[in-house]
Structure formats: C-alpha cells, structure tokens
Ligand binder design. Structure first.
Ligand SMILES: C[S@@+](CC[C@H](N)C(=O)[O-])C[C@H]1O[C@@H](n2cnc3c(N)ncnc32)[C@H](O)[C@@H]1O
Length: 393
C-alpha cells in the first residue's frame, strides 16, 4: 500500500523488466527532469499569464479572459509557455523510450517469464478473449504517446505494453503514486473506509485495471472479497496477472470492454475505476456508467477516480490541466472533464440524489509524504487530491 515517502523507489517484483546500469540512469534522468519541469519551470507559466498575457488581453478587450479557450488562444503564442510545453512533450517521449529499452532488449525472455506465471502457484486467474474488438478510441491514437498504445502486440502472447507501462507510470508520476504505483486505489479505499465504515463489499470490480496497480490494494483492504479486474488490452492483462501472482495477491482478470461485460446483472457490491473514463469517448463513458448500474447489486456503489472537472476551476488552471488534450494524445481528456455528472447518473438510471462528487485526499499525502502541489499538466501530476465521481444504487 502507498504509505511510504515519495522518495521511495519503485518496489521490485519478479516481473518488472530489469534495467541495466545505463538504462536505469537514463530512466532516473527522465524522472528528475520531469521533477525539474514541475518544480522549477511550470510556475513560470502563471507568472507570464499574470504579468503579461492577461494584462494584454484586458487592455484589448476591457475584461479578463472568460474561459480556457480564450486563455489558450493567447498563452499558446507565448514563448515561455511554448518552451515549457515543448520540454514537457519531450520528457514524455523520452520517458517511453527509456522504458522500452530494457523491454525490447530482452523481450522473448521477459514474455516467457510472464506467460509461465511466476511462483507457479496460481491464486487468481486470467481469461483473454482474442475476439474482443479493440474500441476505436483506443486505436485512433497512441494514447498519451505510448508507442503502440495499450493493445498492440509485437510478438505472440506479448505483454510488452504492460512491462513498459509499469515502469513508465513510476517515472511519469515522479514516484508520487508510491512504490507500487497504487495511490489512486489506496486513496479511494482510505476514503471509503472513513466515509462508509459499515460498507464491506464482497465482490469488487476494477474497470480498466491496466496492469493492476490500483486493483491490488482492494484485495489487501478487503481480504474476504473476491476481486475482479477487466481491461480491453490483452498485453496489460497478461502482465497484470503475472504481477499480481508474483505479489501473491489473488485477482481474477479478464479481457472485457467495460461498456458491455459478460458478468451477470447484480454481480458486484463495489465497482471502481482509476483514470479510465477520460481515456474513453463520451459515448463510451455513458455506456460504462449504464453498465455499472446493471452490474451493481441494490445498495452497491460505484466510484471512479479521476482528476477534477473544470467547472470549479479558473480559466488559467483549466487551460493548464488541459495540456494533455492538446499535446499528449489524450483526445477525450477535455470533454471528459466537462460532462454533466448529474445527467450522466440520471441517464444510466441511477438516482442522482445518491450521486457522489468529491475531492479526496491522496493516501500518500496523508501518510505525510511530500507531494507536489503543482499540476504537471497530466493525470498523475499532483495536487495531493483525487476527484471521485460515483453513485450509490
Ligand atoms: C490509464 S489506464 C488505467 C490505469 C489503472 N486503472 C491504474 O489505476 O493503474 C486506462 C486503462 O483502461 C483500459 N480501457 C480503456 N477503455 C476501456 C474499456 N472500454 N473497457 C475496459 N478497459 C478499457 C486501457 O486498456 C488501459 O489499460
């Protein structure tokens, strides 16, 4: 669980792709380069906005910018912002390539290890479905610049996207998701236990579980519950299964689209997701919430962890948080932060008076690790808080 200081390195486990000396040095360089951008360069954008861009706008229009679009029109012409943006995009590309190197060098051996399931004592399970269609919103771009995205396979039974992702998340988050990259799951659990101490879910589903970073804490927090994780991408699931087994945690993974799963109605007490929704289309989000309604038992709950919607932010902050839409192959990011959550619940047949919309503290932050107060301009960027949208049924 995420209770250690942010300076903790990523915890080694038997399927993490080992980096040699130079590869590790390169990855650590990218991590500290990202930290430098966040702590030393990012703030300059607001200074430029307040001291130059906003006053020029006010002079011309006799008012301040009304929304993030007006801010974007001016800020994207500003040389300081252009420099910051270019450096951040470069850091993203450097991150992926630094994580690909140790994987590509040793792909056959790493895949063999993952596919044989480390430890030999299978506690959870893995069901893949080679006929499952990959949604268009997955295939249209290489999401957040990950070469090949989540779903591409470069060889038979390939798990390389999962291997690359596990290491890259640690670097992208600048170690701020904790040594197991699990802060979003750990934060939702901490909030659930505090706010709903009586709630003891027996069947839990994590949608868009990826390599299981946020899934595993649920198995630890609710040891009597059966934990399921679904994802559309086979390479992520192969890795997730091997990782969970190597950490000795029983999780049942299956390759399914969260918009329409094969679980029976009323199968779960708790359905969670962690930074899934913003990577799907608006239509898919509506389908996913409808599916949550079908899958939940009466009295059950869904909770989706994300970064906060734009509605409570000033135009400048919304513009900065929107960096990923414009620069990091996150085409649905902006729209997902603007969806009317009341309507979303209502259209999925939830009672919107039981809707949950809350900013919750990061578990790592509460453990008194120092966490960045600054948005990097991305989903793991800091702020010390996560946003939860959910509903009780
Ligand atoms: C940002 S990652 C999620 C990270 C993960 N939940 C965590 O906390 O570490 C998004 C994941 O959602 C998956 N995904 C996207 N659309 C999906 C869908 N419709 N159904 C199931 N999984 C989906 C992607 O394959 C990817 O693995």
């Amino acid at each position: 669980m995420s209770t250690e200081s942010k300076t903790q390195p990523q915890t080694e486990h038997s399927v993490l792709a080992p980096a040699d000396h130079d590869e590790f040095a390169r990855q650590e360089f990218v991590r500290s380069y990202k930290e430098y951008l966040v702590h030393n360069v990012h703030q300059g954008n607001e200074k430029r906005y307040e001291s130059s861009v906003k006053p020029a706008f006010e002079k011309k229009h006799n008012r301040v910018p009304r929304d993030r679009f007006e801010v974007a029109k001016e800020m994207t012409k500003d040389p300081y912002y252009q420099m910051f943006s270019s450096l951040l995009r470069t850091s993203q590309e450097m991150m992926w390539s630094s994580c690909q190197l140790p994987v590509e060098r040793n792909l056959e051996e790493l895949n063999a290890k993952i596919n044989q399931v480390p430890g030999g004592s299978v506690k959870g399970s893995l069901k893949l479905d080679k006929n499952l269609a990959t949604p268009r919103y997955h295939k249209a771009v290489d999401i957040h610049c990950q070469p090949g995205g989540y779903h591409n396979e470069f060889t038979n039974n390939d798990a390389s996207s999962g291997m690359v992702y596990d290491r890259a998340v640690h670097i992208y988050a600048m170690a701020q998701l904790g040594p197991y990259n699990d802060d979003i799951g750990a934060s939702i659990i901490m909030w659930l236990k505090e706010k709903y101490p009586e709630f003891q879910p027996r069947r839990i589903l994590d949608m868009g579980c990826s390599v299981g970073h946020s899934t595993i804490p649920y198995a630890e927090a609710f040891p009597d519950a059966k934990i399921y994780g679904i994802d559309v991408a086979a390479p992520m699931l192969r890795y997730a299964h091997a990782r969970a087994e190597s950490l000795n945690v029983p999780v049942h993974f299956s390759q399914q689209n969260a918009e329409e799963t094969n679980f029976k109605s009323g199968s779960f007490d708790l359905i969670v997701s962690h930074i899934l929704l913003h990577e799907t289309s608006e239509k898919a989000i509506h389908n996913i919430i409808k599916e949550c309604h079908r899958l939940l038992k009466p009295g059950g709950m869904m909770a989706h962890g994300e970064t906060p919607p734009y509605k409570n932010m000033g135009p400048f902050d919304a513009f900065m948080l929107d960096w990923d839409t414009r620069n990091n192959n996150e085409p649905f990011w902006a729209r997902s932060h603007e969806i009317d959550l009341y309507r979303l619940s209502e259209k999925a047949n939830f009672d919107p008076s039981k809707k949950i919309e809350e900013m919750i503290p990061s578990a790592l932050q509460v453990a008194e690790a120092r966490r960045s107060e600054v948005f990097q301009g991305g989903d793991f960027g800091g702020g010390g808080l996560w946003f939860v949208y959910g509903n009780k049924k």
